[in-house]
Design a protein around this ligand. Structure first.
Ligand code: S3P
Length: 169
């Protein structure tokens, strides 16, 4: 089996990118990278703080810089933030030497998996469900277009998703 140099996970908030990415990396003997967590470490602040102080555009600048840096790391599984596909300049960075996997989740699953979360500023409002619906309508075609593999995650354990993914890489 010849493995891709990198595996890049894209998809909406609550799709399981971090959980599945960590498990997949272990399975492949690759290093796991989580773009949002590395941005937080570098910045010394969490994502809500970055959105608060620098706005979403400030966060997106950091995200693009991070994707640039991480696109040069072979032997890695990268979990991206749900909005990483929204800048077209990021697309080449995501695709560079990589197998791009779209972890697809229904709106119901996204709601369920993000319900108690306080670290996602885009969902800290009166109607997070409406936000998730709007973002999904906008982003689903872009995730699909970029992806080499579309993996449905609804009603599947992370372990099962990883097993199915390993078979398709
Ligand atoms: C975002 C998703 C988040 C994080 C930020 C913005 C988005 O990442 O990057 O809050 O625009 O969908 P997760 O997809 O890991 O939650």
């Amino acid at each position: 089996m010849s493995l891709p140099k990198r595996v890049v996970l894209v998809g909406p908030m609550g799709a399981g990118k971090s959980t599945i990415g960590r498990m997949l990396a272990k399975e492949l003997g690759y290093r796991f990278l989580d773009s949002d967590r590395i941005i937080e470490e570098r910045c010394g602040a969490n994502i809500p703080w970055i959105f608060d102080v620098e706005g979403e555009s400030g966060f997106r600048e950091r995200e693009t810089a991070m994707l640039k840096e991480l696109s040069e790391e072979p032997g890695t599984v990268l979990a991206t933030g749900g909005g990483a596909v929204m800048r077209s300049e990021n697309h080449a960075l995501l695709k560079s030497d990589a197998m791009v996997v779209y972890l697809r989740a229904s709106i119901d699953q996204q709601i369920e998996r993000t319900r108690k979360d306080r670290n996602r500023p885009l969902l800290q409002n009166d109607n997070p469900e409406a936000v998730l619906r709007k973002l999904f309508a906008l982003r689903d075609p872009i995730y699909t277009e970029l992806a080499d593999i579309v993996m449905h995650t609804d009603r599947k354990s992370p372990r099962l998703v990883v097993r199915q993914l390993v078979n398709r890489l």
